[in-house]
Design a protein around this ligand. Sequence first.
Ligand code: MN
Length: 424
Amino acid sequence: MAQRDATHDPARRSWVASANAAGGDFPIQNLPFGVFSTEGEGPRCGVAIGDQVLDLKAAHAAGLVQQPAAAAESLGPLMTLGRQASAALRAEVSALLSEGAATTAPLVPMAATRMHLPTTVRNFSDFMASYDHCARLGVRRDPKNPLPPAFRQLPVAYHSRASSLRVSGEAITRPHGQWQRQDGTMHFGPTEAMDFELEMAVWIAGDNAIGEPVPMSRAPDRIFGYGLLNDWSVRDVQRWEMPPLGPFLGKSVSTSVSAWIVTAEALAPFETAAPVQDPPALPYLDSAWNRSNGALAVRMNAAILTPRMRAAGDAPHTLTDTQFAAMYWTAATMVAHHGTNGCNLLAGDVLGSGTVSGPEATACACFAEIGLNGPITLPNGETRKWIQDGDEIIFRARAEAPGAVPIGFGECRGVLNPAIAWPA
Ligand code: MN
């Protein structure tokens, strides 16, 4: 569990001037980890500070940080070491970049970097933890029982496809698939119902041996950090294939994650009470810490930029404005539940929170909800029921709390490219 310390001090400023600009994602109170490359040098770990990236490999070579895992090609080794190691490294970096410290460190302009997946992800599970997402969609299916039977008893999830994870900025291709049309006829072709899901990614720290459960007392410390996640969803395919084994090809097309991982330490000032659960969770999914601190005050947004908007120089149009803290199940309960049966959670595994929808009409976090009553009209007059070719979906998020410097998550974005011609 993360404690507030000097790294969160609102008065702390960086000698990297851009980090002190109001409204930025990456003030010195944040210091998210990522993996970047530059022209001429391959992937290595870095820390975002203002509009710069601290090159951790170079910083380690220069003796500016001590943690050997900082010099690795990915964040995998640091994630394996666990939270104490990453917290100590973040504290070292905070001291290095603070005003009053030496004013040299190996910095690379963010604009000159290319971002990569933070590590090789071996497992990706996707949850469904928002009451409003489930209720809004479920009420169409069965108005009397809109929620899955277990929804209030455990965080519902399925195993998704780790190999389909990709970093923000990489394009998605409209997939082909099979589904049954409303009139009962079968169809195979490019999806006609491409959707996004605005979710939080939970990155796992450390390993537990197979057979060794993760109790709630240890679950918070298994969370390395958080990022944004777009669980691209193929609704026509998904609806047809789901019963009774769950999502498959409707979910394994691609899942985009933001490049920067905001650490659990950086988010300590934004911990807040989890929603009251009715009925109370079973003891193995409950703890005093979870009730008081298990949720995170993070405001999340999804926006769309259509080709016409891009050509006209329009700003992206906000589709979703929602609060992560409203999720019925917290990240710690997801970790604990996942480990209940002795499932071995591995460093670098990703848990998707599920679509982060809220009760407000403006807090629908996927087109399946946004377009429930028909297509929406964008400010330029275009209409959308689902994502069209060339549309870009852009996520952003910001942690906000009284007495704390707000911190951001960077972006998670992806353009939908047209379907390929089906191979002969
Ligand atoms: Mn999902």
